[in-house]
Write a protein that binds this ligand. Structure first.
Ligand SMILES: NC(=O)c1ccc[n+]([C@@H]2O[C@H](COP(=O)([O-])OP(=O)(O)OC[C@H]3O[C@@H](n4cnc5c(N)ncnc54)[C@H](O)[C@@H]3O)[C@@H](O)[C@H]2O)c1
Ligand SMILES: O=C(O)C[C@H](O)C(=O)O
Length: 328
């Protein structure tokens, strides 16, 4: 029997938490032979903590053999203690009349505190995945507080965008989803992201050749993927939750699976022309469980790709400027 992995989850009583926790406890994130301990973190508000107790009761009632223990807390020091993975889902949602800058600042405060605590109390092999929006900038803030943990331990999720892009290409081409490969997301988790279709394949052939509709790929395809979050909100009245949780399962699962190639927002270090200090989506290859190398050899030198990369980079740089006083 393997030793349990400690998984801290913030926003555990929220919408995403309600889908996510059951997938972690049933073995979908870390595998069917990997026991887990869930360290569930919510805000110190009675309603949230009561809801968290209810979720924990349901987890008990699933009788998951891999779930070895649960910690329920409104305290980061307790919640992140010895965590091998910290999944930062909880964030302040955008309220009426709130500007993006207010959202950035409001969440910046949360991710400042969490980055500092994780760096201090989490496990030696600690890894962090940020989902709470604006995810790319939140992870940058959290990572900037770390003295012990290196920047590569901090990632943000663009996997939902990759999954959305894969599904859209399969639909358009009228093929099975599994026929679509090598579609990766570059840049921000926002409508400015670039789902780089130029390298995608369908049944081993270039997707652009199979679909044979460049106007669709540059137009509707990019905007449908980029604005999918808003379309879900318009349809459901709530933001995506089950698909977001599923994408986080994929994100962590693939980061724990050597050889997996997938889109992750990482510190750019100047790759693909991004500002070196922003966290941008790009393709990575998992090397050993939890570690990865960025794949740098995709050619995105064509004019359309360059324009898309420049736009999403500019948005990340602007977001960074808005929280400059919170970094470091
Ligand atoms: N990156 C992505 O692809 C993606 C996709 C979907 C949603 N999201 C984002 O994920 C976040 C969560 O979405 P949701 O639908 O679960 O929201 P939700 O409002 O249902 O739940 C969020 C939960 O987080 C808690 N919370 C807030 N601040 C916290 C803190 N400092 N510590 C611990 N818990 C805290 C809240 O009490 C709440 O229970 C949002 O920011 C949303 O925009 C990201
Ligand atoms: O778009 C949103 O605000 C929610 C989420 O980030 C999503 O992509 O579904």
């Amino acid at each position: 029997m393997k030793a349990p992995i400690r998984v801290a989850v913030t926003g555990a009583a929220g919408q995403i938490g309600y889908s996510l926790l059951f997938r972690i406890a049933s073995g979908h994130m870390f595998g069917p032979d990997q026991p887990v301990i869930l360290q569930l973190i919510e805000i110190p508000v009675e309603k949230a903590m009561k809801a968290l107790e209810g979720v924990a009761m349901e987890l008990d009632d699933c009788a998951f053999p891999l779930l070895k223990d649960m910690v329920l807390t409104d305290n980061g020091e307790t919640g992140f203690k010895d965590a091998n993975w910290s999944l930062l889902v909880g964030a302040r949602p955008r309220g009426p009349g709130m500007e993006r800058a207010d959202l950035l600042k409001g969440n910046g405060v949360i991710f400042t505190a969490q980055g500092e605590i994780i760096d201090r109390v989490a496990a030696e092999d600690a890894r962090v995945a940020v989902v709470g929006n604006p995810a790319n900038t939140n992870v940058m803030i959290a990572a900037s507080k770390a003295k012990r943990l290196t920047a590569d331990r901090f990632t943000a999720m663009v996997r939902l965008d990759q999954n959305r892009a894969q599904a859209q290409l399969a639909k358009k081409a009228g093929v099975d989803l599994t026929a679509v490969k090598d579609i990766f997301i570059y840049g921000n988790h926002s409508p400015s992201m670039y789902p780089a279709f130029a390298h995608a394949t369908i049944d081993g052939k270039p997707a652009a050749e199979v679909i044979n509709d460049q106007a669709y790929l540059e137009g509707d395809f990019c905007s449908t993927v980029g604005k999918r979050g808003a379309a879900i909100i318009a349809a459901r009245g709530l933001s995506s939750a089950a698909s977001a949780a599923n994408a986080l399962v994929d994100h962590v699962h693939d980061l724990m699976t050597p050889g997996a190639i997938h889109s992750v927002a990482v510190k750019s270090e100047g790759r693909y022309g991004f500002d070196p200090d922003v966290w941008a989506g790009m393709p990575v290859r998992t090397t050993t469980p939890g570690a990865y190398e960025v794949i740098t050899d995709y050619d995105l030198s064509d004019a359309f790709s360059q324009q898309k990369l420049a736009a999403t980079n500019q948005e990340l740089v602007d977001e960074r400027a808005m929280v400059a006083d919170m970094l470091g």
